[in-house]
Design a protein. Structure first.
Length: 207
């Protein structure tokens, strides 16, 4: 009888987590978008997010088209990983905002998205069938990133950063307008801030 291959050991570490989510709907006073327009819009956002995560050496652990979660820091150096995640989130924000403007103008679609970075403890492993295994992550870091994503969407904040991520990246935390904590109100790092996106003057995102 063939021997079963041992599963790789889970990896437990404090990592940077980049999340993205987009909600597609009709612009004000418009009919509901067609399924064709909606899937087209989701595909365009997914292409932006996937490309930026790949170019910044992030490791995807979830990607569904309208949402994504990527890990940074599996290769060790946490400060560099957090910096890469923050830079990636900024590029996604800029490109996704241009795409949202174009979809509103050309297809009368409303695209509300949020992208952000947090830092937390996660357990990383692989799941799936033998020839289709993929990276997965669970743990308090993933839970906190999900709460941050929900808070950002509820607040209409397109680009956010947790205080833990800002501290880990060596940013000037005093320059941010920190919102109340997502977990323990007594924890000074369990806070988040919206990042103001500067206009780049670059051309609109193309199909």
């Amino acid at each position: 009888m063939a021997r079963r291959r041992a599963a790789p050991a889970d990896h437990r570490a404090e990592l940077a987590l980049l999340f993205f989510e987009v909600d597609i709907g009709p612009a004000a006073a418009q009919a509901a978008p067609s399924a064709h327009d909606r899937i087209y819009a989701i595909d365009r956002f997914d292409a932006i997010v996937g490309r930026e995560i790949e170019r910044s050496r992030g490791v995807e652990c979830r990607r569904t088209g309208d949402s994504a979660l990527a890990l940074y820091g599996l290769d060790g150096e946490r400060a560099d990983a957090v910096g890469r995640a923050l830079e990636t989130a900024a590029r996604i924000d800029t490109r996704a905002a241009r795409l949202a403007e174009r979809l509103a103008r050309e297809l009368s679609l409303r695209a509300e998205f949020s992208v952000g970075v947090d830092v937390g403890l996660v357990v990383v492993g692989t799941i799936g069938a033998q020839h289709a295994r993929r990276v997965s992550a669970i743990g308090p870091g993933v839970d906190a990133a999900e709460r941050l994503r929900a808070a950002a969407l509820a607040a209409g904040a397109r680009h956010v950063v947790s205080k833990a991520a800002a501290v880990a990246a060596g940013l000037e935390v005093a320059t941010f307008d920190w919102q109340p904590g997502l977990d323990d109100q007594a924890d000074p790092t369990a806070r988040w801030a919206a990042v103001v996106r500067a206009s780049t003057g670059e051309p609109s995102e193309q199909a």
